[in-house]
Design a protein around this ligand. Sequence first.
Ligand code: GLA
Length: 350
Amino acid sequence: MTEAQTVTKADWGKMPDGKSVEIYTLKSAQVEARVTTYGAHLVSVRTADKNGKVADIVLGYDSLAGYLADKSYLGAIVGRYGNRIAKGKFTLEGQSYQIPPNNNGNALHGGPVGFDQHVWSAQQVPGGVELTLVSADGDQGFPGTLTATVRYTLHGDSLRIDYSAKTDKATVVNLTNHSYFNLHGDDAGDILDQRLTLFADRYTPVDAGLIPTGVLAPVAGTPLDFHSQHTIGERIHADNEQMKLAGGYDHNFVLNGKMGEMHVAASVVDPTSGRTLTVTTTEPGVQFYSGNFLDGTLTGRHGIVYSQHKGLCLETQHYPDSPNHSNFPSTELKPGAKWHSTTIFTFGTE
Ligand code: GLA
């Protein structure tokens, strides 16, 4: 490692069943990030703005109690299958599987008790922490014992997340991080004036349940075209069917970069604080979600109310409902194979 970086660990309370939860603090000259073993949540990311003022730029809670009550996946690792599976149903190797629906009749983020609600085992690694969860065969209806590993490491101005998984029976996997970023800092305004670029020519249009129709449609000429920088608020209320169905942005973008190789997915600039975020990934898609369902009923860190558009998610992933779309990159994992993906969040100022 090129710069002095520290990793420290502390107790972070107990689960209702008495199981201990820990929190790891990763520190470099530019970034302080905190990760808890409960749901492998990214709890906090503190960076300086262009004037040196430090703030938290992800939404989160002060304590474990907040995460235990959370319904919005703030900073969570979602799995075994992040995003939606239509009606919770899919077929694999001639067998049908049913995940209990938990979102308008569809399965969302791994079903009712996803990976965000488990205590992961953890070990310190150079520059970070590696978390492991073993999900039993049949957990939430998914086949196969899945061993998932998520490694968060800090490298100067970049937070890297490496995901891997293996199984003992054919299954489906789609792991991602569900952080809500707000480059103003969590105590100052919403994300509508922040400027987004997405490296995507196409997206996967959805139906009323936010399930992809299967079409890969061009973004050109729609409010989903972020080839050049646009503020998030500029076209969010546009007279466009897709925007109305989702109540804003909540769509999977088909990234132009090559799956399996690192490519830039997105960048965000906050003209006020000067903070920037760049998202680089090996994944073929990114779900851009503009915090449409945050409705002010959620109170986060320091008593801050999370109203609509308080944060934005850039969830690098395979496309939603891939198990039911043979034209989408496959999310199937077979025994003996290893599933891998890497996403890097780079923080800066301009
Ligand atoms: C994902 C989904 C959204 C919403 C959030 C959680 O990002 O795409 O529709 O369900 O999770 O609130």
